[in-house]
Write a protein that binds this ligand. Structure first.
Ligand code: SF4
Ligand code: SF4
Length: 136
């Protein structure tokens, strides 16, 4: 995450200084339980139908990816609350981050639309289109 000192006289070194849009400060990745049932995936379909919500799976499991820039991100890419930034920001490791590879490219699955996830569900579940009959 970009150092607030970027806004002052001291230049940030390395990768974060080159990452002008501070990519990692523009979204939230929230881990979710591994979806297994048709009900689970039906719920994800509802979530991915909302703007700026994506769903992905990588080596660490399944995540909601919510595209929503942090309100503390300054126009120059620095953090406006650097001294008191949350723990998750302090812990974030830039060894191999979104600057190196985008989340869609680094993921096993990445769904940004209802249509994409529904296509996956149809492949995964033979009777996907009959799922609502369970509740009738
Ligand atoms: S995406 Fe990586 S390079 Fe860019 S600000 Fe975040 S940690 Fe630094
Ligand atoms: S608090 Fe600062 S480091 Fe954390 S996401 Fe917001 S701008 Fe980035």
């Amino acid at each position: 995450m970009v150092d607030v000192e970027l806004a002052g006289d001291v230049e940030v070194e390395g990768k974060c200084a080159k990452c002008k849009k501070s990519i990692c400060c523009n979204s939230i990745n929230q881990k979710i339980p591994t979806p297994k049932s048709k009900e689970d995936f039906d719920h994800l379909l509802w979530q991915v139908s909302h703007e700026n919500i994506n769903i992905f799976k990588d080596a660490d499991g399944w995540f909601l990816h919510i595209y929503t820039p942090c309100t503390h991100l300054l126009p120059n890419g620095a953090c406006g609350i650097y001294e008191t930034r949350p723990w998750v920001c302090r812990e974030y490791d830039n060894d191999y981050c979104e600057y190196d590879e985008s989340i869609p490219d680094a993921s096993e699955f990445f769904f940004s639309t209802h249509k994409q996830l529904e296509k996956y569900c149809r492949k995964r579940f033979k009777k996907w289109d009959k799922r609502f009959k369970l509740y009738e």
